[in-house]
Ligand binder design. Sequence first.
Ligand code: FMN
Length: 187
Amino acid sequence: MAILVLYATVEGHSRKIAEHVAADLETRGHMVVLGDLREPGFAVPGRFDGIVLCAPIHIGRYPDPVIHFATDWKDALNSVPNAFVSVSLAIASESEEEREHARAYPLGLEKKTGYRPQFVHHAAGALKYLEYDFFKRMMLRHISAKEGGPVDTSRDHELTDWDALDRFVADFSDLVVRTEDAEPSAI
Ligand SMILES: Cc1cc2nc3c(=O)[nH]c(=O)nc-3n(C[C@H](O)[C@H](O)[C@H](O)COP(=O)(O)O)c2cc1C
């Protein structure tokens, strides 16, 4: 099957997650096109058997290009098996309330854009303390401390559960294949 994997990223981690998803789908026999949804010229979403979007939460929201893309392409996205990977720190929080908050972000995106992902996977993101400027480092350290996360700013921290991501990709791959098998023949 042909699957489109698109990502938005600010610090690079959602791209890494999208690359992982794309590589995993390829090992499962799919033909995959991977791209940044902010760059023009990628393949038209309507021509694929399945679509995966990966996007991070920054200051309580998905980046604007995600909102614009989901609004513009909602019909194509909703018409094929599709999945959304929401990347955040709050999903790894010690606080159930914070995790609940993180789980609600995709619903907010749906209300805003009309894009209704069939599958949602929540992936914990990364703390790139070594790449942040001073203020960002202090802000993220503060947030992380509040959530019971890593506070050692002398190194970066990747909180993503890659095995859970692989299980999500396996389920999505099955959905795409099942949907294609159920389609009536063109003849
Ligand atoms: C400036 C900044 C603001 C962030 N705000 C939030 C937030 O409001 N909620 C949250 O759960 N994670 C937040 N995060 C964590 C990001 O979702 C996490 O670092 C993710 O890996 C970033 O993905 P990206 O590298 O693709 O941009 C923030 C990160 C940064 C750097």
